[in-house]
Write a protein that binds this ligand. Structure first.
Ligand SMILES: Nc1nc2c(ncn2[C@@H]2O[C@H](COP(=O)(O)OP(=O)(O)OP(=O)(O)O)[C@@H](O)[C@H]2O)c(=O)[nH]1
Ligand SMILES: [Mg+2]
Length: 351
C-alpha cells in the first residue's frame, strides 16, 4: 500500500491538542534550593513561577527568582537556620501566610532543596503540607548529602526525608554521592552545579511533558496516577544521538542507588530533533520499560525540539520504588578524592 498520500494529509492536518492551562509553582528552600531556582531562572522554565525561600537574607538577595520569601524573620533575624531543622520548621510556620499566598490556586507545586541543613530540611515538609492543604499536587525533588558531610547531616537528611514523604504525592530523591561515582574528579562547587542543573532539567522535563502540546502528550490525570504511587522516586537521564547508547547510559546511571526494577510507575520523556521518528521512540521506551516491573504504570511523552539536531534527550522519572530497595542497595562510602581535596577538607567546605 502506498502510504505517502496518507502521510502527507496527516501532516497537513496535524494540530497539537490544546491543553488545559495548569498553574505551576516551583519553590526552592534553603541554600541548595535557592541555588537550584537560580539555575532554573538561567535555564528558562516556561509555564511556572519560580520562588526562592530562605532564612538566610544575604544568600536570598544574591540569587535570581520570580519571587523571594525570607521566612522566619523573627526566629532567625535573616541569619540562617544554623543547621537546625527545627529552626527551619519554626521559620516556615512563622511565615505561613506568605507561603499560603505563594501556593494558592496552584495545580502543581514542585519543591526542591538539599536535605541535611536546617532551612530546607525543616521548612520543606511544612511548605508541602500547606500546598497540599490548598489543593495542589506536591512533588518534591531533593538531594541527600555527600557521605563526606558526616553522620549528623546524613541522619538529619534521613529524618527530613521521612517527614517530607509523608506530606508529598511523590518525593524524587537524587543522591549527591552518585555524582562522585559518575564524575569522580569534579570539584565540589561544580558537583553542586551539576546537581542544580539535573534538578532543573527534571522539573523542566516533567513540565514540558505535561504542558507543551507535542506529538504524544501526557494527560494530567495519567500523570497524577503515576506520581501518586508513594514510596521513593528517582531519575534516569541521558543525552546521546545513538538510541542504544542513550538507553545504556540512562539505565546505568540512576541518580539514586536503588534497585529501580521494582518501580511501579514511570514517566518517560523523549525529546529529539525534527528527525526523531516513531521507531526510535518505541525502541527507546521499550528498552526502558523492559527494565521495570511488568505491572508498572508507564506513560510516555515525546516532543520535538528543532535545536537538538540528531541529539536525543531521555528523562525517566521512576516512581513507587519501595523503601526496602533503597536500604538494600545503600552502598558503602566510595573511597575517592574529589579533585585533590580530602574528605575532611570537603566536610569543612560544606559546613
Ligand atoms: N544541589 C545543591 N546542593 C547543595 C548546595 N549547597 C549545599 N548543598 C547540599 O544541600 C545540603 C543542605 O545545605 P544548604 O541548602 O546549604 O542548607 P540550608 O537548607 O540552607 O540550611 P541552613 O543553612 O542550616 O539554614 C548540604 O548538606 C549539601 O549536601 C548547592 O549549591 N546545590
Ligand atoms: Mg543556608
Amino acid at each position: 500500500m502506498d502510504l505517502s498520500r496518507l502521510i502527507k494529509d496527516a501532516e497537513q492536518q496535524h494540530r497539537p491538542a490544546a491543553l488545559p492551562r495548569l498553574k505551576v509553582t516551583v519553590i526552592g528552600a534553603g541554600g541548595a534550593g535557592c541555588n537550584s531556582i537560580d539555575a532554573m531562572m538561567n535555564m528558562g522554565i516556561e509555564n511556572a513561577r519560580l520562588i526562592a525561600v530562605n532564612t538566610d537574607s544575604p544568600h536570598l538577595n544574591s540569587i535570581n527568582a520570580n519571587e523571594k520569601i525570607l521566612i522566619g524573620k523573627r526566629v532567625t533575624k535573616g541569619q540562617g537556620a544554623g543547621g537546625d531543622p527545627q529552626v527551619g520548621e519554626d521559620s516556615a510556620v512563622e511565615s505561613e501566610n506568605e507561603i499560603k499566598a505563594a501556593v494558592d490556586g496552584n495545580d502543581i507545586v514542585f519543591l526542591t532543596g538539599g536535605l541535611g541543613g536546617g532551612t530546607g530540611t525543616g521548612s520543606l515538609p511544612i511548605i508541602a503540607d500547606i500546598a497540599k492543604m490548598r489543593g495542589a499536587m506536591v512533588i518534591a525533588i531533593v538531594s541527600t548529602p555527600f557521605k563526606y558531610e558526616g553522620e549528623t547531616r546524613k541522619s538529619r537528611a534521613a529524618d527530613g526525608l521521612e517527614s517530607l514523604m509523608a506530606m508529598t504525592d511523590s518525593t524524587i530523591v537524587l543522591d549527591n554521592n552518585r555524582l562522585i561515582e559518575l564524575a569522580p574528579n569534579l570539584p565540589l562547587d561544580r558537583a553542586f552545579l551539576v546537581m542544580d542543573t539535573v534538578i532543573s532539567r527534571v522539573i523542566k522535563g516533567i513540565l514540558e511533558a505535561i504542558t507543551t502540546p507535542t506529538m504524544m502528550n501526557i494527560d494530567f490525570a495519567d500523570f497524577r496516577n503515576v506520581m501518586k504511587l508513594g514510596g521513593v522516586a528517582t531519575v534516569l537521564y541521558a543525552e546521546n544521538s545513538d538510541p542504544v547508547r542513550l538507553v545504556s547510559e540512562a539505565v546505568s546511571n540512576p541518580f539514586l542507588d536503588v534497585d529501580y526494577s521494582g518501580a511501579r510507575g514511570a514517566l518517560i520523556n523523549i525529546i529529539g530533533g525534527p528527525k526523531l521518528n516513531i521507531s526510535q521512540i518505541s525502541r527507546i521506551s521499550d528498552s526502558i520499560t523492559k527494565q521495570l516491573d511488568n505491572r508498572a504504570n508507564i506513560i510516555i511523552g515525546t516532543g520535538v525540539d528543532n535545536s537538538l539536531g540528531s541529539e536525543i534527550h531521555l528523562l525517566a522519572v521512576l516512581t513507587g520504588i519501595s523503601r526496602n530497595e533503597m536500604m538494600i542497595k545503600s552502598a558503602p562510602a566510595p573511597q575517592v578524592k574529589l579533585a585533590g581535596i580530602d574528605a575532611n577538607g570537603i566536610a569543612e567546605m560544606v559546613r
